[in-house]
Ligand binder design. Structure first.
Ligand code: PLP
Length: 362
């Protein structure tokens, strides 16, 4: 599996149609949860750490959407660390320069800093929306790590221009596509080498599963990532893969609804007197606001909501928000009052009433 059955179909259709058992009489419509630590000898899977039919159904759907070959991992960070394992090691006298965003998912930045502090990479952090700055930093680099839109400030990177520059300097371009999803952005089609997903978020969509994935086109990259998963063992459970695929079936309608609601909320937020800044890339279901009253004002807002959920994480059917600087490790370039908001599929007026009332407390 892992390659879409009919690439002529639209992404919306492939979300529903791919990743299913062959339509033999009495076969189930959905790939069942295959609880199996091992398989009868003679086939390709061999052992439960190497492959699983439920993972493969999920991988077929995600790979079809991104137009590459997907591998699923135990979490988004497990997928990220498999990708970082592709890097040469400065401790072994190799050049290992990584270009990364100034603000991005904290766990990824922490992984990069850990490697830097151990002398294994040189880290160059840049504003990824400044393509010229990224191009300059890319000279001599082994990897350009992009997150677009970036968490939580929502800068958008020009993936095509950056991938082309990276290719010229022999660097791999990696794009964390969690916020956009393959329905809104397909980095491999724009020249990137590796896509990373926290499937935990929009793809699964129901805040009940942790899962990650990589997607690549190049066979050698695929083999190296697969080998890393086999050897280091950050594999998902079959139940997680099942839940993620079940959630992904409705990604198209969830995204359409939540995007429209986000655009409308952004219009209203721009007119609210307590909101100083609205950050919104113009698409997607995540936006951030900076409010009056600094950290304390923002804390009052997130405490006052009743329908919105004050929590970390994002991309579920339920709308969530949080003040990002409540995390001590969050970048100091992120404003103390910044509240990141993830819009779900509730009624837009109900969401607005709850939010507007909470904002009045800022
Ligand atoms: C959540 C997230 C991750 C990490 O994914 P987990 O599934 O929590 O390990 C990585 N990147 C982005 C953009 C995320 O939002």
């Amino acid at each position: 599996m892992a390659i879409s059955r009919d690439p002529a179909l639209s992404a919306q259709t492939r979300l529903v149609a791919d990743g299913r058992p062959d339509p033999a009489p009495d076969a189930p419509l959905n790939e069942p949860v295959a609880f199996a630590s091992t398989y009868h000898a003679g086939g390709e899977r061999g052992y439960g750490r190497y492959g699983n039919p439920t993972w493969e159904a999920f991988e077929e759907v995600l790979g079809g959407l991104e137009q590459g070959r997907a591998l699923t991992f135990a979490s988004g960070l497990a997928a990220s660390s498999a990708v970082l394992a592709l890097l040469p090691d400065a401790a072994a006298d190799a050049d290992a320069v990584v270009v990364a965003p100034q603000t991005a998912y904290l766990g990824v930045l922490d992984q990069l800093r850990e490697r830097r502090d151990a002398g294994r990479i040189e880290l160059r952090q840049v504003d990824v929306s400044d393509t010229d700055a990224v191009r300059k930093a890319a000279v001599g680099a082994a990897m350009i790590w992009l997150e677009s839109p970036a968490n939580p400030t929502l800068e958008v990177a020009e993936i095509d221009a950056i991938s082309a520059a990276a290719r010229d300097s022999g660097a791999l371009t990696v794009v964390d596509n969690t916020f956009a999803t393959p329905l809104l952005q397909r980095p491999l089609e724009q020249g990137a080498d590796v896509v990373v997903h926290s499937v935990t978020k929009l793809l699964s969509g129901h805040s009940d599963v942790l899962l990650g994935a990589t997607v690549v086109r190049d066979d050698d990259l695929f083999a190296r990532l697969d080998r890393h998963r086999r050897l280091h063992g950050a594999i998902p459970g079959p139940m997680e893969a099942y839940l993620a695929l079940r959630g992904m079936r409705t990604l198209g309608v969830r995204l359409e609804r939540a995007q429209a609601t986000t655009a409308e909320l952004v219009r209203r937020l721009r007119d609210h007197p307590a909101v100083d800044v609205v950050r919104y890339p113009g698409f997607g279901t995540i936006c951030s606001i900076e409010v009056d009253g600094g950290a304390a004002g923002a804390d009052r807002v997130v405490d006052a909501v009743r329908l919105w959920v004050n929590t970390t994480s994002l991309g579920g059917v339920e709308s969530t928000l949080e003040r990002r600087r409540r995390w001590p490790a969050e970048s100091e370039t992120v404003d103390e009052s910044l509240i990141r908001m993830s819009v779900g599929i509730e009624d837009v007026d109900d969401l607005w009433r709850d939010l507007a009332r909470a904002l009045d407390t800022a």
